[in-house]
Ligand binder design. Sequence first.
Ligand SMILES: O=C(O)c1ccccc1N[C@@H]1O[C@H](COP(=O)(O)O)[C@@H](O)[C@H]1O
Length: 206
Amino acid sequence: MRTRIKICGLTREADIDVAVAAGADALGFVLWPGSERAIDPDRLAQLAARVPAFVARVGLFVDQDPEFVRRCAPYLDLIQFHGDEPPEACRQAPRAWIKALRMRESIDLHAAAEAYREARALLLDAYRPGVPGGTGEVFDWSRIPASLAKPVILAGGLTPDNVGEAVRRVRPFAVDVSGGVEATRGIKDPAKLRAFIEHVNLTPES
Ligand SMILES: O=C(O)c1ccccc1N[C@@H]1O[C@H](COP(=O)(O)O)[C@@H](O)[C@H]1O
């Protein structure tokens, strides 16, 4: 099966156009104000209107007020919960959702897959204490079980240089990247973005 590709942290129309033309399956918008890639709901409405049909618009939230999530929902196809949201909170989401899990040492992915069983997928990201995500750090992919009850979206420090190996080793349902295809925070580099997507698509088993 082809590995799906999500490009996260979009803040500009031009970057959306490049990602879509290069073949991205999903585009992520950071609605968490603590991020340097954050946009507000008005900007989300503008950027979401730029995304054509059949490319998913994903809203990233970190332990935020459900009312704020509801306000953003009309412009989103999928919600990415990237904080410590418990399963009960995720279940109240106004859209289909995925749950990001940070790979702290004690994590039990099988238990998490059961707890978050209504999630469309689990996104696995590197763990750095005090930072919810987008760290640009890679975690040890061998910690991912060969079989998990939920589709895996691999994230954390992916780049055009390592994503081929990541896909070969993990065989995830999808990969997600932010910092690895940026020129500067929140601004994508078209060449890196195209190279990233090309490396995923050219990798055997993808
Ligand atoms: O991108 C952010 O600023 C961000 C902020 C808070 C939580 C998650 C965030 N991004 C997500 O983190 C992973 C890994 O990003 P990177 O490729 O290592 O830069 C990815 O899922 C982003 O969507």
